[in-house]
Design a protein around this ligand. Structure first.
Ligand SMILES: CC(C)(COP(=O)(O)OP(=O)(O)OC[C@H]1O[C@@H](n2cnc3c(N)ncnc32)[C@H](O)[C@@H]1OP(=O)(O)O)[C@@H](O)C(=O)NCCC(=O)NCCS
Length: 281
C-alpha cells in the first residue's frame, strides 16, 4: 500500500512542535480542530494535495489546507463571531518541486481572491495536528520563499521553546498553584499564590497525547516582576506537571520579548528556533 496523507504530512512537517500522534488524533486536528474552549476553528476547510501521477497510488508531493475561520479577532484583538479570517494553515511540498508549491498556493489565492487579506500560518488557527503552535518553523525556508514571492510579508516572529521534565524538577515551597477545571479543548488556567496572595497567572494546554503540555501564556504581577517570582512559579509548575504525567513542556514568545527569552532560558527551556506568521497587505 502507498503512503497515506498522514505519512506525507509527517515526513514534511518536522518542526519541533509536530509531536508524535496517532492517525486518529491527526485526522481530528486536521479536519475537526477546536480551540481551547472547544469551539470549531473553521467554518469551511479545503484540503488539496498533489501526487506524482494522477493515479490513486502516486506518491504525494505537496499538501495545502485553507479555509475561512469560524470566528476571528477584531481590531482591538477581541474574539468576535462577526469576524472571519482567510487562513492557509498547512502548506508543504517537496523541496525539489517548487512548481507544486506554486500550484497549491495559487489554488488558495484563487479561492480567496485578491480583495481580502489572506493569512498564512496564523498562530491561533494554524494549531493543527496537536501542535498547538501554528507558525511556520524556520526549517521550511522553501515554504517561506514561496509565500514571500507571492505577496505575503512576515506578520509576527516568535522563538519556540521546549523543556523536558524530569524527577529532578522539585517543587518550590514558596508557591502554590490554584488550577481551574479542564476546558473542553484541554486548557487549564492557574493562579500562583505566595503567602496567600495571587502574584501570577497562566494557561496550560494539555495535548491529547497525554504526556505533552504547552504553556499558552504566563504573567507575573507587574509590580512584582524581576524579583524571582516567575522563576519560582515555573519551578512549581514543572513539579506539578511532572506529577500529572507531563514529560515535555513547550512554549513560545515574541522575538522582541527579550525579557521572556531570558526567563525561559534561565528556567531550562531550549531554544528550538524561529517561527513566523504571514499575511497579504
Ligand atoms: C516574563 C515574566 C513571566 C518573568 O517573571 P519574573 O517574576 O519577572 O521573573 P524572575 O524575576 O524570576 O526573573 C527570571 C529571569 O527573567 C529575566 N527577566 C525578568 N524580568 C526582566 C526584565 N524586566 N528585563 C530583563 N530580563 C528580565 C531575567 O533573565 C531574569 O533572570 P535574572 O534575575 O537572573 O536576570 C514576567 O516578567 C512577566 O510577566 N512579563 C510580562 C508577560 C510576559 O512577557 N510573559 C511571557 C511571554 S507569554
Amino acid at each position: 500500500m502507498g503512503k497515506t496523507l498522514f505519512d506525507y504530512w509527517r515526513s514534511q512537517c518536522t518542526a519541533p512542535y509536530h509531536f508524535p500522534m496517532t492517525g486518529d488524533q491527526w485526522y481530528q486536528s486536521m479536519y475537526e480542530d477546536v480551540d481551547g474552549d472547544g469551539h470549531p476553528l473553521f467554518s469551511t476547510l479545503i484540503v488539496k494535495c498533489s501526487r506524482t501521477t494522477c493515479q490513486k497510488d502516486g506518491e504525494f508531493t505537496g499538501l495545502i489546507e485553507y479555509g475561512e475561520t469560524a470566528f476571528g479577532f477584531d481590531t482591538s484583538g477581541e474574539i468576535s463571531s462577526d469576524v472571519h479570517h482567510n487562513v492557509i494553515r498547512i502548506l508543504c511540498f517537496d523541496r525539489d518541486k517548487p512548481e507544486v508549491g506554486e500550484q497549491l498556493l495559487h489554488a488558495a489565492l484563487d479561492h480567496f481572491g485578491t480583495e481580502q487579506r489572506i493569512y498564512a500560518f496564523f498562530h491561533y488557527f494554524g494549531m493543527t495536528a496537536c501542535a498547538r503552535h501554528g507558525k511556520l518553523h524556520e526549517s521550511s525556508p522553501h515554504v517561506e520563499a514561496l509565500l514571500l514571492n507571492n505577496g505575503f510579508t512576515v506578520e509576527h516572529e516568535n522563538i519556540y521553546y521546549a523543556r523536558i521534565l524530569s524527577p529532578k524538577d522539585t517543587a518550590d515551597d514558596t508557591i502554590s498553584l490554584r488550577w481551574s477545571d479542564l476546558s473542553p479543548g484541554g486548557c487549564r488556567e492557574f493562579a500562583a499564590l505566595t503567602e496567600g496572595v495571587e502574584v501570577g497567572w497562566g494557561q496550560v494546554h494539555f495535548l491529547p497525547q497525554g504526556d505533552i503540555a504547552y504553556l499558552r501564556w504566563i504573567y507575573v504581577d507587574e509590580k512584582r516582576q524581576h524579583q524571582g517570582l516567575g522563576t519560582a512559579i515555573m519551578r512549581q509548575l514543572f513539579a506539578e506537571l511532572y506529577q500529572l504525567g507531563i514529560r515535555r513542556f513547550d512554549t513560545d514568545t515574541a522575538l522582541s520579548n527579550t525579557a521572556a527569552q531570558h526567563y525561559y532560558e534561565k528556567t531550562g527551556f531550549a531554544n528550538a528556533g524561529i517561527t513566523r506568521s504571514y499575511y497579504t497587505k
